[in-house]
Write a new protein. Structure first.
Lengths: 111, 116
């Protein structure tokens, strides 16, 4: 299994909703990442988990809450988001030779 | 600090023509360099990478890139463009960020269009 699986693929939520994005990999990778990508822009790093511990938080607002329940799973909990948070959210895991494996992303729309 | 500059936000080539996408980097230490491709509404796929060793790197789909330290460049080329190459291409530089993880810094991307 050489994939990073993200669910759901699409999500529409209101500003008062609570939702979660899920990311899963079974490649034994020990570092996992959340990126945010706005249209026609490069991905922006949000969080990095290494060995199930949060190692990088790029000053992300607290309405985004990451969680790493185990070495294969990475969640991103969303609460009270703003319309400007609408974007493609990408998960990635770090393999050998610093290669990042990306999931296909969750396209999030906040109404 | 590290950064990546991609010259040209949009490049158009004819089918069968040479593809050249430019990338320059700055890094305080020897860099790891990557090219990723992104098709619409999809994640990023690694095309090729340079870590150490041979400076001419071959990747998937006929792409290759050459690491030129003196020019701080890592340009992506393909001899003959195919319609399926139309996508967004990102150059990236990686730096060890501690605790077993690396931080990837992306360029702004170059959209490649292929004209029939």
């Amino acid at each position: 299994d050489t994939e990073v699986t993200q669910t759901p693929k699409h999500l529409v939520m209101g500003m008062t909703n609570k939702k979660s994005l899920k990311c899963e990999q079974h490649m034994g990778h020990r570092a996992m990442y959340w990126y945010k990508q706005k249209a026609k822009k490069p991905p922006e790093l949000m969080f990095v988990y290494s060995y199930e511990k949060l190692s990088i938080n790029e000053s992300v607002p607290s309405r985004f809450s990451p969680e790493c329940p185990n070495s294969s799973l990475l969640n991103l909990h969303l609460h009270a988001l703003q319309p400007e948070d609408s974007a493609l959210y990408l998960c990635a895991s770090l393999g050998l030779n610093e290669k990042l494996f990306f999931g296909s992303g969750t396209q999030l729309s906040v109404l | 600090a590290q950064s990546v500059t991609q010259l040209g936000s949009h490049v158009s080539v004819s089918e069968g023509a040479l593809v050249l996408l430019r990338c320059n980097y700055s890094s305080s230490v020897p860099p790891y360099l990557f090219w990723y491709v992104q098709y619409p509404n999809q994640g990023l796929q690694l095309l090729l990478k340079y870590t150490t060793g041979a400076t001419l790197v071959k990747g998937i789909n006929g792409f290759e890139a050459e690491f030129k330290k003196s020019e701080t460049s890592f340009h992506l080329t393909k001899p003959s463009a195919h319609m399926s190459d139309a996508a967004e291409y990102f150059c990236a530089v990686s730096l060890y960020s501690g605790a077993g993880s690396y931080q990837l810094t992306f360029g702004k991307g170059t959209k490649l269009s292929v004209i029939p």
